[in-house]
Structures are given as structure tokens and as C-alpha cells.
Ligand binder design. Structure first.
Ligand SMILES: O=c1ccn([C@@H]2O[C@H](COP(=O)(O)O)[C@@H](O)[C@H]2O)c(=O)[nH]1
Length: 283
């Protein structure tokens, strides 16, 4: 981006990226067990090489790449330095970066996380950040505002893919489930979006969920993990996304990464998935 040129909204940039590359998002999750399987050290240097090979394999194939922040954070400042470098390299590969940090806190503290991940020139700035609404969607106000100001986006956890989530997120009240109320509140923040182009505020809904929230009034993108190792299928993705299918990013991490360390082998798994998970015609 030229200095001084405002960044286009995340929703519009994602819309173009999906039109060009389809709906698959691949995760970079340097689990210790994968680092070992690849013959790499379980340290920041191993994570750096893992990230480099992963991005070489699929960075130019997919609209978005999702680093799992936990596996960088566990290596301290050296791990964060690798993540900073990776976020820049994802942009160079032509993909959007989704930092999966699941941040959430009281409003005044959330403002610090917002500046860190969504600020104009922050070292860890990403195109979109995963955030947790379980301190109240309103506690995320600074993240919504900072993302809007800088053309970045959010994916707010609504109905996550893990089996433990249902008791809390699927709990019902007179107006529907907790997850539905999150989707509806996020959707209200997208109200002014252009028809056909998603707003910049999305939700996370797992591909493993039997009782998903309705997404018809979201007007924003969906990040849908849970395909592959967690058992979600193409049919699940179609059923759960419904009208939001064209704006859905289907995330797959370990199923691709297990094909490594060979870059061509990972690329061929990612390419096959990218063909399967394409819900819009080529641009
Ligand atoms: O509900 C959620 C939210 C986030 N995730 C993250 O997605 C990937 C999934 O990895 P796989 O190897 O494809 O299972 C991982 O980073 C999770 O933290 C999720 O799975 N479910």
C-alpha cells in the first residue's frame, strides 16, 4: 500500500481474494509434534523454517492464511519475531493474514490488543484477527473501531468447533442461543455494507457443529474451522454456511501440514482442497 492511501475495507478485500482464489484458508499451526515430524527443532528457528516452507507451498494458492498465534507465543519474544516476519510474508504472497489469537478483555484492555493487532503500523498488524465475545460483544468496541479505521477485520467467536463449546454457546434464552446473539450483534455492525460485498466483521462457526446459528443476517464473512482432522466435511460446510457460503473461509490446518515437510506434497493437498472449497466463479 502506498503511504497515505487508505486501505480498502477488509470485507471488500476478502471478497476480491475469494473471487480470485476460492474459499480455502490454510492454517500455519507449528505444533511441536509437527515440528518433530518435519525434522525441525521445537524452537523459534524450527517455527521459522516451518512457516517459510508452509507459505511457499500454499501462500499463492489461497485467499487467506491463518497463523495460530499460540504456537508462536510459546517460544516467547523469538516466536513473536517469527510471527511478525510471517505476517509480512503472507502479504507479499498475495494472501490476507488472519491472526488466530482469540483476544478478548474488558474494554480498556481490549484497546491495547486492538492497537497491537489492528493498528495502522503495529509490528503485529494482521488483515483480520479472531476475538472472543465472551466478556460481552460490547467489550470488543475498540477492536471494531480500530479495525474499521485501518481497513482491517474481525472474526468473532460465535459457535466454535470444539465439543466442549455447546453447553455455553448453544445455551438458549427467549431470543435464541448465545451464539445466535453474537452473530446478530456482529451483523448489526455490518449494516451499512454494499449489497453482495461482505462487511468487515465476521464470525467463527465450526464445521463440526450440529446446531449452528443462522447466518442470513450477518452480511459479513464466516471463518469455518473444523474440516479435516476435526471431522467436518464439505456437506457440513454447505449446511452450516447456508446463504453465507460465498463469503465463507473454510480453514484447514493439520490436514495440509501433515503432508510436509515436502513443499510439493503440501502444495498438492492444498491445491485439491482449494478446488473442492470454491463456492464462487473465477474473477
Ligand atoms: O472454533 C474454532 C476456532 C478456531 N480453531 C482453530 O482452527 C485451527 C484448526 O486446525 P485443524 O488442524 O484444521 O484442526 C486451529 O488453529 C484452531 O485453533 C478451531 O479449530 N475451531
Amino acid at each position: 500500500m502506498t503511504e497515505g492511501t487508505p486501505r480498502a475495507p477488509f470485507g471488500a478485500r476478502l471478497h476480491s481474494a475469494i473471487a480470485a482464489r476460492g474459499n480455502l484458508c490454510v492454517g500455519i499451526d507449528p505444533h511441536p509434534v509437527l515440528l518433530e515430524a518435519w525434522g525441525l527443532g521445537v524452537d523459534a528457528a524450527g517455527v521459522r523454517e516451518f512457516s517459510r516452507r508452509s507459505l511457499e507451498a500454499f501462500g499463492d494458492l489461497v485467499p487467506a492464511v491463518k497463523p495460530q498465534v499460540a504456537f508462536f507465543e510459546e517460544h516467547g519474544s523469538a516466536g513473536f519475531a517469527v510471527l511478525e516476519e510471517l505476517l509480512g510474508s503472507i502479504t507479499e504472497s498475495g494472501a490476507l493474514s488472519v491472526a488466530d489469537a482469540k483476544r478478548g478483555d474488558i474494554g480498556s484492555t481490549m484497546a491495547g490488543y486492538a492497537r497491537a493487532w489492528l493498528g495502522a503500523d503495529s509490528p503485529l498488524a494482521c488483515d483480520a484477527l479472531t476475538v472472543s465475545p465472551y466478556l460481552g460483544v460490547g467489550s470488543l468496541a475498540a477492536a471494531f473501531d480500530t479495525a474499521s479505521e485501518n481497513g482491517r477485520g474481525l472474526f468473532v467467536l460465535a459457535r466454535t468447533s470444539n465439543p466442549e463449546a455447546g453447553g455455553l454457546q448453544g445455551a438458549g434464552g427467549p431470543t435464541g442461543t448465545v451464539a445466535q446473539s453474537v452473530v446478530d450483534e456482529v451483523g448489526r455492525r455490518n449494516a451499512a455494507s454494499d449489497p453482495g460485498v461482505p462487511g468487515s466483521f465476521g464470525v467463527v462457526v465450526g464445521a463440526t457443529v450440529g446446531d449452528p446459528p443462522r447466518l442470513d443476517s450477518l452480511s459479513g464473512p464466516v471463518l469455518m474451522p473444523g474440516v479435516g482432522e476435526q471431522g467436518g466435511t464439505l456437506a457440513d460446510v454447505r449446511r452450516i454456511a447456508g446463504p453465507a457460503l460465498p463469503h465463507t473461509l473454510v480453514n484447514v490446518s493439520r490436514h495440509v501440514l501433515r503432508a510436509g515437510p515436502d513443499v510439493d506434497a503440501m502444495r498438492s493437498v492444498a491445491r485439491a482442497l482449494a478446488e473442492t472449497y470454491r463456492f464462487v466463479g473465477p474473477a
